[in-house]
Ligand binder design. Structure first.
Ligand SMILES: [Zn+2]
Length: 136
């Protein structure tokens, strides 16, 4: 029986040190296509988001953005990667992280933050995701 795609499973997730600060790691194997976690936070207007200093903004529509500070939002620990193992999907104004492939226990979870974020916050310092470190 297919379960609702947008219900996070009760996966074991660990916040640990990664090459780019803290990251979120799989504490157990997670199959492909599984819903890992919801990106939760305060919903703010996009005007508010423009002046916000938060680095955890997730635009969900033309009008609204979620500000998901990691303190209350474990998904905020997920780092950017250029070849990620997860993707985000917006469903009814909520953001969910789903796996793009099977994930092994101990693997770091990543998704692509998108061009705008990468150009503004990552490129100036050089991307430190695994595939970029390999290329370097
Ligand atoms: Zn990269």
């Amino acid at each position: 029986m297919p379960q609702n795609k947008f219900v996070p499973g009760n996966w074991k997730l660990l916040v640990k040190r990664s090459s780019t600060g803290l990251g979120l790691f799989a504490g157990e194997a997670i199959p492909k296509g599984a819903c890992v976690i919801e990106y939760v936070g305060r919903t703010i207007s996009n005007e508010e988001a423009l002046t916000s200093k938060s680095k955890y903004l997730f635009e969900i529509s033309k009008k609204k953005t979620i500000d998901g500070k990691p303190k209350n939002n474990k998904a905020g620990y997920i780092n950017h990667a250029c070849t990620p193992n997860c993707e985000t999907e917006i469903h009814k104004g909520r953001v969910f992280v789903l796996t793009l492939r099977a994930i092994k226990e101990g693997e770091q979870l990543t998704y692509d933050y998108g061009k705008e974020y990468v150009d503004e916050f990552i490129k100036p310092f050089g991307c430190k995701c695994d595939s970029c470190l390999k290329k370097a």
